[in-house]
Design a binder for this molecule. Structure first.
Ligand SMILES: *Cc1c(COP(=O)(O)O)cnc(C)c1O
Length: 379
């Protein structure tokens, strides 16, 4: 049945063997009623777990009040969410859109308007999205090749390579755009010294420093924003994935000391700031407390330690519950074997197994996932 349904979808994703019909906490259920432990979290989206009661109740209540009014008028949930994110950042203004790539498009436009300079310095292996601007600054040539020419002015440095960073610099750069942990490019955490150098370089060039926290934000690395643990405060942050626990939303945050570039008419989004989604996102923000963040750090360390002794693992990297295990060979066979055994996980590049479970996963869940992976890796 599922293959008949799927045949009407454009084949932009690999053919899937599983169709999920229900989720509950760290669990997913397929059409046959089989249960899976979800260590993909919808690709680092379902941070609080499936059907978490807080965003569920908030979205339900807002569905009963008002679905949409347009950004020509105010709605309360968007205003409250902007305030929550500003408070977490320590003073910022928000623009809401519907996805990570749109958040990065907003950052590209913001930096262009603020600095007047078209160049963007980003990282090889970095990932910023699939629309043509975000794709142009994505450091993975295979994803770009068929769609060139894209937005001009992108330059790429190697992650954690200071010489490469300096030689990629140029006076026309108005935006330095980095993921604190490269989520799609192999789970590569950027070192504090590299980030400090990138911040100094941005300052020297008169460029804005943006952290793409679409994957690392919202508690994923054990702090609300990843930057809090890294000693560098960016001018811009982009968010999406986990912001509303699975409802579509993206956000550009502009630090108060970089404010003022966008004026009415410069940017917009029909659905951006949707009241139902923003109400859910406010509940997500309020659920990310110190206790949960501590649990993310503890269980992340437990997961990393367990993966290190898995057969075939060359290196384990990550931050909090964004964890990668580099294997000696391709990671997809292990992901497939784990799925058969009831564990959903991800790859990040060809050789890296990536795990991004709901932040609420317990230490028992972590141990169960490690057991399944150990069995699957031995096959
Ligand atoms: C997923 C991701 C994006 C793109 O988000 P979409 O919502 O798919 O457009 C951008 N940047 C990073 C770091 C991501 O992980």
């Amino acid at each position: 049945m599922s293959s008949v349904l799927e045949s009407a979808l454009l084949p932009t994703y690999p053919a899937t063997r599983v169709t999920f019909v229900e989720g509950d906490g760290v669990w997913l259920v397929d059409q046959a009623g089989k249960r899976y432990l979800d260590f993909a979290g919808g690709i680092a989206v379902v941070g609080l777990g499936h059907r978490h009661p807080a965003p569920l109740a908030a979205a339900h209540a807002q569905l009963d009040k008002l679905w949409h009014a347009s950004n020509l008028y105010g709605t309360e949930p968007a205003q409250v969410l902007a305030r929550r994110l500003s408070d977490r950042f320590g003073g910022a203004q928000a623009f809401f859109c519907n996805s990570g790539t749109e958040a990065n498009e907003a950052a590209l436009k913001y930096a262009r308007k603020a600095t007047g300079k078209p160049g963007v310095l980003a990282l090889e292996q970095g990932f910023h999205g699939r629309t043509t601007g975000s794709l142009a600054v994505t450091g993975q040539p295979a994803k770009r090749a068929a769609f060139e020419p894209l937005l001009a002015g992108a330059r790429f440095a190697r992650p954690n390579d200071l010489d490469s960073l300096r030689s990629a610099a140029s006076d026309d750069v108005g935006l330095v755009l980095l993921e604190p942990v490269l989520g799609e490019g192999g789970v590569i955490p950027l070192e504090p010294a590299f980030l400090a150098a990138a911040a100094a370089l941005a300052e020297e060039l008169g460029a804005l420093l943006a952290f793409d926290e679409v994957q690392t934000g919202m508690g994923r690395t054990g702090s609300f924003f990843a930057f809090e643990q890294l000693g560098v405060r960016p001018d811009l942050i982009t968010l999406a994935k986990a912001l509303a626990n699975g409802l579509p939303i993206g956000c550009l945050l502009v630090a108060d000391d970089s404010a003022g570039a966008f004026q009415p008419g410069d940017h917009g989004s029909t659905f951006g700031g949707n009241p139902v989604v923003c109400a859910a996102a406010v509940a997500v923000c309020d659920a990310i407390d110190d206790e949960l963040l501590q649990q993310v750090r503890t269980n992340g360390a437990r997961l990393q330690a367990g993966l290190a002794s898995l057969p075939g693992v060359v290196e384990v990297r990550g931050a909090g519950l964004l964890v990668g295990a580099e294997l000696a060979g391709p990671a997809q066979p292990l992901v497939d074997a784990a799925l058969d055994a009831g564990l959903v996980c991800l790859t990040s590049g060809p050789n890296v197994l990536r795990l991004a479970p709901p932040l609420v996963a317990s230490s028992d869940d972590v141990d169960r996932a490690l057991e399944i992976l150990t069995e699957a890796a031995a096959r």
